[in-house]
Design a protein around this ligand. Structure first.
Ligand code: NAD
Length: 292
């Protein structure tokens, strides 16, 4: 029989991901803060729980997909949390993007309860979640990875064990650095092309066919063309991730001369009240600098 799954955090990513597990034949019991998201899971064939304790009590595998380290700590620790209420022998897979150290600490705390842990953050965005083609970067032990593999394969296409606890988060931090710098480069090109009077759609199409092409350009082209900044991936979350990667890089003595500048531009969007927009809104930061 397939393992019983508890899913905590049914947001932009968690909703479609948990529904993909239902479609793959798993029993999924969910808990999240918004009632409409719980209703959505029930409509898809899952079960809604009234608390974390209720969701995880009978689960073989507990999956968390919440915004950041403080939320992971809030749902893992404490009398109503996962560690107190999940069965000994359960596997906790945290798919949120958080600091590598939080993942290391969680694995150590869970070990005392007989609970196994994997950090398994993802890349691919909302579209990748809906289409079950995410890239999943995993930290933890081989035996736990092998146990989780069928679940990962129902959610994504590229699934890699990167190393011990925290390694998945370190790779995800690098992913967020690359994505932010890539969006920034595209945004600068968009403003430059428009001010030059070139047809933007034609320019982006031909650029995407050459070495300048990227998944970012493919996925974000319409956001740029239509100035459609509905999330997607919120600036607030990318701000969190730029903090994670700059801290982690400083800890190991790696320089991020371009990354820290892009982190500042992401922070400037938040300061202007644009934290709820998609990260393609870096275009707005470049437009402001350009007087556009
Ligand atoms: P979101 O804000 O849409 O969803 C977060 C969910 O967590 C919400 O449903 C909320 O109810 C739930 N939550 C928060 N605190 C909770 C608590 N104490 N108990 C129970 N539920 C709680 O965020 P998202 O976009 O789905 O992102 C989730 C994670 O995935 C983040 O770490 C993000 O960085 C990462 N991520 C997002 C994307 C993307 O494109 N959106 C892509 C890859 C990775």
């Amino acid at each position: 029989p397939r393992p019983a799954i508890a899913w905590i955090g049914l947001g932009i990513m968690g909703s479609p991901m948990s529904e993909n597990l239902v479609k793959a034949g798993y029993d999924v019991t969910g808990f999240t803060l918004e009632q409409d998201k719980l209703d959505r899971l029930t409509a898809a064939g899952g079960t809604a729980a009234g608390s974390i304790a209720e969701a995880v009590r009978d689960a073989d595998v507990v999956i968390t997909m919440v915004p950041a380290s403080p939320q992971v700590e809030a749902i893992a620790y404490g009398p109503d949390g996962i560690l107190e209420n999940a069965r000994s022998g359960a596997l906790l897979i945290d798919m949120s993007s958080i600091t590598p150290q939080t993942s290391v600490d969680l694995a150590a705390a869970a070990r005392d309860k007989g609970i196994r842990v994997l950090d398994a953050p993802v890349s691919g965005g909302e579209a990748g979640a809906v289409e079950a083609v995410l890239s999943i970067m995993v930290g933890g032990e081989q035996a736990d990875f092998d146990r989780a593999r069928p679940i990962f394969e129902a959610l994504g296409r590229t699934v890699v064990l990167c190393g011990p606890h925290g390694s998945g988060q370190t790779v995800k931090a690098a992913n967020q650095l690359i994505v932010a710098v890539n969006i920034q480069a595209c945004a600068e090109a968009v403003v430059f092309l428009e001010k030059s009077g070139v047809d933007l759609r034609a320019a982006l199409d031909v650029l995407n066919g050459g070495l300048a092409g990227s998944t970012v350009l493919t996925r974000k082209k319409d956001n740029f063309l239509q100035r459609d900044f509905r999330p997607g991936f919120r600036i607030d979350l990318h701000h969190k991730d730029m903090g994670i990667v700059t801290d982690a890089a400083r800890n190991v003595g790696a320089a991020l001369p371009v990354g820290v500048v892009v982190a500042q531009l992401v922070a400037s969007l938040r300061a202007q009240g644009d934290g709820g927009l998609d990260h393609s809104a870096l275009l707005r930061a470049v437009e402001r600098l350009s007087g556009a």
